[in-house]
Design a protein around this ligand. Sequence first.
Ligand SMILES: NC(=O)c1ccc[n+]([C@@H]2O[C@H](COP(=O)([O-])OP(=O)(O)OC[C@H]3O[C@@H](n4cnc5c(N)ncnc54)[C@H](O)[C@@H]3O)[C@@H](O)[C@H]2O)c1
Length: 245
Amino acid sequence: MSGGVAIVTGAGSGIGRAIAHRLAMDGLSVMINDLSLERAQAVAFEILSAGGKATSSSGDVSNEADVAEMVSATKLSFGDCNVLVNNAGHVHQAHFVDLEVADFDRMFAVHVRGTFLCTKAVLGPMLKAKKGVVINIASQLGQIGGIELVHYSAAKSAIIGLTKSLAREVSAKGVRVNAVAPGPINTPLVMALSDDWRKAKTAELPLGRFGEPDEVAATVSFLASDEASLFVGQTLGPNSGDVML
Ligand SMILES: NC(=O)c1ccc[n+]([C@@H]2O[C@H](COP(=O)([O-])OP(=O)(O)OC[C@H]3O[C@@H](n4cnc5c(N)ncnc54)[C@H](O)[C@@H]3O)[C@@H](O)[C@H]2O)c1
């Protein structure tokens, strides 16, 4: 995919930032999307300073107009997107009985609607070119569930279902769709979870430690490359051994 054009959503922080850096290092031109313009611009600047190609746009992946703007800004700067990484996300922790409908709706809007809208916005040109890669960042909690994380886990399971179904539809037409389901990774998102949760989770991990964003970015880099030509509708798990399938 060297010379390709990538969009990484939610790339102003954590895993998305590491993915953007890694894809730029792999030779792709990268659109850095984030809700925060300041963070998106800062990551684009870091990549440009390191000799890579990047640009930025702020926007909410759950908003159709923002997504259309991001995709056309990408086209203007670099051409059609051929690697989309649906990474934008947030976490929120509450017992099921305390969950507000608004919390549930926002979780599904960002993770599921966002993945749907961004994929829909880039898929046409990928199918026309008979070449493209879509990588959806799910979570191991979408595979095994998580206490106080019903809405998050359900949204991540939906992303895995979307990945498998779309992969069945489009892989023979040249577009590979896969998911990555990280375990706990040291980012600001995980710091939003309680200390008790982080302590209990560390004790459960066969590897005995949380992952780093770069370790997830390496998986994404592989899936984006032609080396992953046989990977279709898969959910890869950089997860410190927490989930073994
Ligand atoms: N950190 C973990 O342990 C972990 C584990 C499994 C999966 N994930 C997933 O990885 C992805 C990245 O998480 P992270 O840990 O790097 O979090 P993070 O909080 O460090 O970064 C997420 C970024 O996404 C942006 N964002 C949030 N909502 C957005 C929206 N609607 N539109 C555009 N941008 C938006 C935020 O502004 C932020 O910069 C998320 O989808 C998360 O669910 C994280």
